[in-house]
Design a protein around this ligand. Structure first.
Ligand code: GLV
Length: 378
């Protein structure tokens, strides 16, 4: 990473130049008209901090615990599909960067490196994410593999029974594995290091599906995969089923309503993630920051409340903490950093977020992350 990188926005610009448009847009985009995607950012932007002065902030501490494990800052890497298309071995590099930094990494079922790949190439526990599949045997199989890989938490995604249309993907011809076509040939030719690492690399499709689905190679698009594999009948009884099968910490992701937050708590969640899937599912849903306080109230301390959706800076993260989140998750920011600089890029992103968060806490007179609260906002 030669360029001067000062912000997540800088990493996004480097990523844009390094990887093909179809891959960049998979991360950058949302569903339909991308209203909710924009709201996530706009509503975070609209909040103002309350500056406080003459408070000793020499020892601002960011350390916290997440699901009972210490973390160096209140942040985790969100599960993101196709990370291994943003950089060869992307999931392994992300897990390593997170572990070195002392924060959790969550591997997606739709990863390119498999659970076993990540386990074999890293030393620290990581979280594993799954969806409810039509074939419950596949869920059981993934749970068994996550147990064998000593994953420290299972994150169940609740908001993808059907997929919101991501209009950029078919427009760009995003396929799995990536292919050169006459339409993207120039784009790919101008991204030689990406082509060498990913297009001609050894891992080019969903690593966790190997041997699971007949003719995985016949699956070309995410929409096709989710439509055929994900279970539209899934309901809270299925969450109970997962809870009964998974002995460790359970995180329920995709909660946007206080009523669902209460149901998640009753289903035995150790944590929930307030999430609209990064604006990739229900277009027109509220921003996550706007619903966070109501959900924190509904949970009433019954489990941890995590937050994602639009975190592009330590200031954004501070706003989520101020409104009651225990920690934030980064998905898009992670993928941009990964594309921009591999493991070093992710480490850079984490340093940026950490430093921005630290200064923001200090200038709002907040001496430790646990003391974050609404008093930090105007
Ligand atoms: C997968 O969950 C995606 O949003 O693409």
């Amino acid at each position: 990473m030669a360029a001067l990188i000062q912000s997540i926005g800088d990493l996004r610009e480097v990523a844009r130049r390094r990887i093909p448009r179809a891959i960049f847009d998979y991360a950058d985009g949302g569903s339909y008209e991308e209203r909710t995607l924009r709201r996530n950012a706009a509503d975070l932007d609209a909040l103002s901090f309350r500056q406080r002065v003459m408070i000793d902030v020499s020892g601002v501490s960011l350390a916290t615990t997440l699901l009972g494990t210490s973390a160096s800052l209140p942040l985790a890497i969100a599960p993101t599909g196709l990370a291994g298309f943003f950089h060869a071995d992307g999931e392994i590099l992300g897990a390593r960067a997170a572990a070195a930094f002392g924060i959790p990494f969550c591997l997606s079922t739709m990863s390119i490196c498999s659970i076993e790949d990540v386990r074999a190439a890293t030393t620290q526990p990581f979280w594993f994410q799954q969806y409810l599949m039509r074939d419950r045997g596949f869920n059981q199989d993934l749970i068994d593999r996550a147990i064998a890989a000593r994953c420290s938490a299972l994150m169940l995604t609740l908001d993808l029974q059907v997929i919101g249309e991501r209009r950029r993907d078919p427009r760009n011809g995003l396929t799995i594995p990536p292919r050169i076509t006459w339409r993207n040939a120039f784009d790919v030719a101008t991204k030689p290091s990406w082509a060498l690492g990913v297009l001609f690399g050894k891992r080019r499709t969903f690593g966790n599906l190997a041997g699971r689905i007949d003719g995985t190679s016949g699956i070309r698009t995410l929409a096709e995969w989710t439509a055929t594999q994900f279970d539209p009948t899934a309901n809270w009884r299925d969450v109970d089923w997962v809870r009964s099968r998974w002995p460790g910490k359970l995180i329920l992701k995709g909660i946007l309503d206080p009523a669902d937050a209460r149901l998640g708590l009753a289903a035995g969640a150790d944590a929930i993630v307030v999430s609209n899937h990064g604006g990739r599912q229900l277009d027109g849903a509220p921003s996550t920051i706007s619903v966070l306080p109501g959900i924190v109230d509904a949970i009433g301390g019954g489990c941890e409340v995590l937050f994602d959706g639009g975190i592009r800076s330590g200031q954004d993260l501070a706003k989520a903490l101020a409104l009651g989140a225990r920690a934030g998750l980064i998905g898009k920011s992670f993928l941009f950093a990964l594309a921009a600089g591999g493991e070093a890029g992710v480490t850079r992103a984490l340093c940026i977020l950490r430093d921005e968060l630290k200064v923001t806490l200090a200038l709002t007179g907040t001496t430790q992350v646990g003391a974050a609260g609404p008093h930090m906002l105007v």
